[in-house]
Design a protein around this ligand. Structure first.
Ligand code: GTP
Ligand code: MN
Ligand code: MN
Length: 671
C-alpha cells in the first residue's frame, strides 16, 4: 500500500541541482540508480513524472538545443519536427548485439559478444558519458495496467528527445515505480548485481531480480564547459545496442534514433521479452493486432507479422473499401500473446503510441494515421513546407513549392529537388499517442488482451508469393513464418531491395537462438493443450511484367481480410495448391475482363464500377493481373525450396525436425 520510492524521489528532485544522491535505503532501484549515476557522471538527475508541465519543459529544452522545431501551430498544434544526424536515421543491425553467456544461445541470426567482454566495453563507454548533461530517469510500463503480461522498465537517458518519444510510446510515470517490489531479497540480489564484469567468465549472470528491466541509454557525447550541445548529438563510431537476455538488461550507446534509443520498444518488448516469453510460455512478436467486423457484426481479432516497413501500421489502421466492414486498431507493431486457461490465444499491445513510417502515408492510403497526426505529434526526418508544416513523398501527388529537405536544404522549385533525391528520409517517422487514432479498438487496453482468431505473415516479394494463402496445419503455418522472406527496406541500414529471410519478421528482434524460437512456436500450444488459430501468408507487393504492383493494396486489402474471416468461420471457399489454400477470384471480388484504361498508372488496378450480388463493389484489375496475383509457379517455387534449404542449414541441429519435414513436403508438392 505504501509508496516505497516516494522518499528517494523527493530527495532526488530536491537534490537535482547539487547532483548529489544520498541513498540510505537498500532497495533494488536505489542501489541500481546509485551505481549508474556514479558511472555516468551527469550534472543533474531528473525523475520523469509524466506530467504535462514536464512535457513543455522537455520540448523547450529540445528547441533550445536545436533538436526540434515547432511546426506552425495553426496547421499542426503542438507538433514538432526533429532532424537527425545524417548517419543516425535507422536501426543499426550491425551495432546490435545479443549477449547470452553461451554464444550458441544467440544463434546464427544475432551478433554475439561475451557478456563479460561487452560489459567491460560498456563500462568504458558509459564512464562519465553524461558529464554536463541531465540524466533522465524514465519509469515505464509496457502493456496495460493490471495485465499479467505487462512489464516494468526503467530507462536512464541523457536525451530529452528520447524522453518525449518514450512518453508517447510507453506508459511513463512515477506511479509505475509503485509496481516494483522492494523486498530485501530482491535488494540483496541487486546489490550483488555486477555493475562491473564478473571475474569468472564462465559464471552465470544472476537472473535479474530488480523487479524491472534496467535500460541504459546515452547519446555518448559528454558536454564540457566550453562545448555547447549540437542539435543531434550521437557517437556513431562507438554506437552499440547490447542486450543481456540472461540478466535481462539493455545498454544502448551512441544513437538517438528510435529503434536504437527508445529502449521499451524493440529492445525490451521484442528482444528481451522474446527471451522471457520462451521461459514463461508466451510470445513477444513483431505483430500488429486488428479487429475486423463484418456487416453482420461478427468480429475477429487478427495478429499479423510483416517485416519493418512492409505494411503493419497501414493494415492496423485500414479503412476498408468494402461497405459495412470495419477495421479497428489494437496495435501496429508489437504483440505479446499467451494462451489463456481455456486455450484461447490472447494478445495485448505493450505500447501506447505509434512510431510509424511517414513516407507513403496519405489521405488515400491511411486516412486514420493522417487524422491522428493533426496535432500532438513528433515528426522525425520529414521535409518541411514554407508555411511551417511537414511533407513527405506520397503525402500529396506532387512536391509543394519551397520545401526544405530533411537534411535542411532549403527552398527551391519542385523540379530543383529531383536531383536531391527524396525530400523526406525514406525512414522518416511520426510518433503519436494511440488515443489520437480515430479507429482505435475499444478493447485496446483490456488487461486480458483480445482473443486472436487468426495469425497472418507477410513479406515484400516482387515475385513467387501469391496475394494470400492459408496453411494446411499449425506446423505448416510455423514453416510459413520460419521461411518468411522479404526485400530489405529503409527501416534498417543496409542494401535496399535485397531479398532476405526474415523469419516471423523477427530476424532483427529475436533475443535468442532462432531455431529454439521455431521450437517454442511449434510446441507451446501443443504443451498447453491450446486451440490452434489458422495461419495465413499475404504479399501486397507482387509486381507485373512492367514492374507495377499487381494489387492496389491499402483499403482493398479488406478483400483479403474478408476471405480470412470467411475461412475462420468456415464459409469461404478455396482451392488447394502445392503451397497451401488460395482463394478464388470470386472470393476476393475481383472481376474479369476489366475495362480498358488509358495511360501508365502506377497502380495496376482500376476504379470500382460494378457490384456483386450482395452489392459489394467489385475490383477490376488490368488484363492478365488477376491470374498473376494468385499464381503458384512451380519453377519459382522450386527455386524457393532451394533457398529455404540453404536458410535452414544455418540453424544446424537446432532446426526442429517438423520444419525439415515441411520442407520435404513442399519439395515433393512443387516437384
Ligand atoms: P515498421 O513500423 O517499420 O515495423 O513498418 P510497418 O510494417 O508498420 O510498415 P508501414 O505500414 O509503415 O508501411 C511501410 C511502407 O509500405 C509505406 O511506405 C506504405 O505506404 C507501404 N505499404 C503499406 N501497405 C501497402 C500496401 O498494401 N500496398 C503497397 N503497395 N504499399 C503498402
Ligand atoms: Mn516494427
Ligand atoms: Mn509501423
Amino acid at each position: 500500500g505504501s509508496v516505497p520510492y516516494a522518499d528517494i524521489i523527493s530527495r532526488m528532485v530536491k537534490d537535482t541541482e547539487r547532483a548529489q544522491l544520498v541513498v540510505s535505503e537498500r532497495t533494488p532501484l536505489q542501489q541500481w540508480l546509485y551505481s549508474r549515476v556514479a558511472l555516468f557522471g551527469p550534472s543533474t538527475v531528473h525523475f520523469v513524472s509524466g506530467s504535462a508541465e514536464e512535457e513543455k519543459l522537455l520540448s523547450a529544452r529540445c528547441i533550445a538545443d536545436g533538436t526540434m522545431k515547432p511546426l506552425n501551430p495553426k496547421l499542426r498544434p503542438n507538433c514538432f519536427i526533429a532532424l537527425t544526424d545524417a548517419k543516425d536515421v535507422a536501426r543499426s543491425e550491425e551495432s546490435t548485439f545479443v549477449c547470452p553467456v553461451d554464444k550458441k544461445n544467440a544463434g546464427p541470426t544475432n551478433n554475439w559478444r561475451s557478456p563479460v567482454e561487452m560489459k567491460a566495453e560498456l563500462k568504458a563507454k558509459f564512464n562519465k558519458c553524461m558529464e554536463g548533461r541531465t540524466l533522465y530517469v524514465v519509469p515505464f510500463l509496457m502493456g496495460p495496467k493490471g495485465s499479467k503480461l505487462a512489464r516494468v522498465g526503467v530507462q536512464l537517458t541523457d536525451s530529452p528527445y528520447v524522453v518525449l518519444n518514450m512518453k508517447l510510446m510507453a506508459r511513463v510515470g512515477l506511479d509505475v515505480l509503485e509496481m516494483i517490489p522492494s523486498d530485501s531479497a530482491a535488494a540483496d540480489a541487486a546489490a550483488r548485481h555486477p555493475p562491473e564484469p564478473a571475474r569468472d567468465p564462465s559464471a552465470k549472470f544472476p537472473q535479474q531480480k530488480l523487479g524491472f528491466v534496467p535500460c541504459h541509454h546515452s547519446v555518448g557525447v559528454p558536454l564540457h564547459e566550453s562545448s555547447k550541445s549540437t542539435p543531434w548529438p550521437c557517437n556513431i563510431d562507438k554506437r552499440v545496442i547490447a542486450h543481456f537476455p540472461d540478466s535481462r538488461e539493455i545498454w544502448s550507446f551512441g544513437s538517438g534514433y528510435g529503434g536504437n534509443a527508445l529502449l521499451g520498444k524493440k529492445c525490451l518488448a521484442l528482444r528481451i521479452a522474446s527471451a522471457i516469453g520462451r521461459e514463461e510460455g508466451w510470445f513477444a512478436e513483431h505483430m500488429l493486432i486488428l479487429g475486423l467486423t463484418s456487416p453482420t457484426g461478427k468480429k475477429h481479432y487478427i495478429a499479423a507479422a510483416f517485416p519493418s516497413a512492409c505494411g503493419k501500421t497501414n493494415l492496423a489502421m485500414l479503412r476498408p473499401s468494402l461497405p459495412g466492414w470495419s477495421v479497428s486498431c489494437v496495435g501496429d507493431d508489437i504483440a505479446w500473446m499467451r494462451f489463456d486457461s481455456s486455450g484461447q490465444l490472447r494478445a495485448i499491445n505493450p505500447e501506447r503510441g505509434f512510431f510509424g513510417v511517414a513516407p507513403g502515408t496519405s489521405e488515400l492510403t491511411n486516412p486514420s494515421a493522417l487524422a491522428a497526426l493533426r496535432r500532438d505529434t513528433l515528426f522525425t526526418n520529414c521535409a518541411t513546407t514554407m508555411d511551417g508544416d511537414v511533407w513527405w513523398e506520397g503525402l500529396t501527388p506532387s512536391r509543394p513549392e519551397g520545401l526544405t529537405t530533411w537534411q535542411g536544404t532549403p527552398g527551391g522549385t519542385p523540379n530543383a529537388f529531383e536531383s536531391l533525391g527524396p525530400a523526406a528520409h525514406p525512414n522518416a517517422r511520426f510518433t503519436v499517442s494511440a488515443e489520437r487514432c480515430p479507429s482505435l479498438d475499444p478493447a485496446w487496453q483490456d488487461p486480458e488482451g483480445v482473443p486472436i482468431s487468426a495469425i497472418v505473415f507477410g513479406g515484400r516479394r516482387a515475385s513467387t508469393v501469391p496475394l494470400v494463402y492459408q496453411s494446411r496445419s499449425w506446423e505448416h503455418g510455423v514453416f510459413m513464418g520460419a521461411t518468411l522472406s522479404s526485400e530489405r527496406t529503409a527501416a534498417a541500414e543496409g542494401q535496399m531491395g535485397e531479398v532476405r529471410f526474415d523469419p516471423f519478421a523477427m530476424l532483427p528482434f529475436c533475443g535468442y537462438h532462432m531455431g529454439d524460437y521455431f521450437q517454442h512456436w511449434l510446441e507451446t500450444p501443443r504443451r498447453q493443450n491450446a486451440k490452434l488459430p489458422p495461419i495465413f501468408h499475404v504479399n501486397w507487393f507482387r509486381r507485373g511484367p512492367g514492374g507495377n504492383w499487381l494489387w492496389p493494396g491499402f483499403g482493398e486489402n479488406a478483400r483479403v481480410l474478408r476471405w480470412i474471416a470467411g475461412r475462420i468461420e468456415g464459409t469461404a471457399s478455396s482451392h488447394e495448391t502445392p503451397i497451401g489454400f488460395v482463394p478464388t477470384l470470386a472470393e476476393l471480388g475481383v472481376t474479369t475482363p476489366p475495362p480498358r484504361r488509358a495511360g501508365g498508372a502506377h497502380i495496376a488496378s482500376d476504379v470500382l464500377q460494378t457490384v456483386d450480388a450482395q452489392g459489394n463493389p467489385l475490383l477490376s484489375l488490368v488484363p492478365g493481373t488477376e491470374a498473376d496475383l494468385l499464381r503458384v509457379d512451380r519453377d519459382e517455387w522450386r527455386a524457393e525450396v532451394d533457398r529455404i534449404a540453404r536458410h535452414f542449414e544455418t540453424f544446424g541441429d537446432r532446426l526442429p525436425t517438423q520444419l525439415s519435414q515441411e520442407l520435404e513436403t513442399l519439395r515433393t508438392r512443387t516437384g
